[in-house]
Design a protein around this ligand. Structure first.
Ligand code: ADP
Length: 242
């Protein structure tokens, strides 16, 4: 973020990839793509490609980690070594630990964890290809995978980011904009409850810019939510896993 670029990011209202400022990248969501997970989702969001898989609820081991009042929602966000332009060193790092944590906190707001004492629900998110916005894409996919697993939830969490490029608020930044833009505001949102469950901020925004970015991101989340619901309905119409 904040690097120097010779060409502007927005020319006559059009962005580097031809989108308008309030236009999202194309999104494709498919639920129930893995036979061995209890629930799963494959999601493409622009050039991002992500798989989410859910196991559980099942008994948590080792037992000393068990909580007799609720289940433990264990999330792991991981980037494949081949997912980014320079090979990513395999294994956890500060960034993936942070993303796993904020995604877990967002999902805890919707999953009825108190139904499953002494248990664990595992959520794995594997980024196969990354092009900015992977935490929003992973949270979106994880939500669908949880619902696909039949884990009781109040609602889905939908996620989308807004950002700032060439001083303008834009919806859903891709890599080029993330590299050379001035700010990023990823959000997680529960439309039915009008509740924000994830909000992070990178860069500097004036109060007006922040308010506009927040509204833009929430509008994006609402569109994402419709696609999540459609993916789940399509899966159950097909009658489940093949
Ligand atoms: P997000 O993916 O949620 O936007 P960041 O803002 O931290 O998260 O990262 C933006 C993008 O930068 C990622 O989507 C990815 O394409 C790229 N990126 C992140 N980490 C690395 C890395 N270790 N090496 C190369 N590119 C990376």
């Amino acid at each position: 973020m904040g690097g120097k670029r010779e060409e502007p990011l927005i020319v006559k209202g059009k962005r580097v990839d031809g989108r308008k400022v309030d236009e999202m990248r194309p999104i494709k969501i498919e639920a129930g793509v893995l036979n061995r997970a209890d629930g799963s989702c494959y999601l493409e969001w622009g050039k991002n490609k992500i798989i989410a898989a859910v196991y559980g609820p099942r008994e948590l081991h080792p037992k000393h980690l068990q909580d007799n009042t609720q289940a433990y929602l264990r999330c792991r966000y991981n980037m494949a070594p081949f997912s980014v332009s320079d090979r990513k060193r395999p294994g956890p790092d500060r960034r993936s630990t942070e993303i796993s944590k904020v995604i877990s906190e967002a999902l805890q707001r919707v999953v009825f964890l108190n139904y499953f004492p002494n248990s664990v629900v595992d959520v794995f998110m594997e980024v196969l290809q990354a092009d900015a916005g992977t935490r929003c894409a992973s949270l979106t996919a994880a939500s669908v995978a949880l619902a696909d697993a039949g884990v009781p939830m109040k609602d889905l969490v939908a996620s989308c980011a807004a950002g700032k490029a060439d001083g303008e608020i834009v919806l859903d930044m891709m890599q080029e904009e993330d590299n050379f833009g001035e700010g990023d505001l990823p959000m997680g949102y529960i439309p039915a409850r009008d509740e924000i469950v994830l909000m992070q901020l990178d860069g500097e925004f004036t109060k007006e810019e922040f308010e506009k970015a927040q509204k833009t991101a929430i509008d994006g989340c609402k569109k994402v939510y419709e696609l999540q619901m459609k993916a789940l309905k399509d899966k159950f119409k097909k009658g489940g896993k093949e």
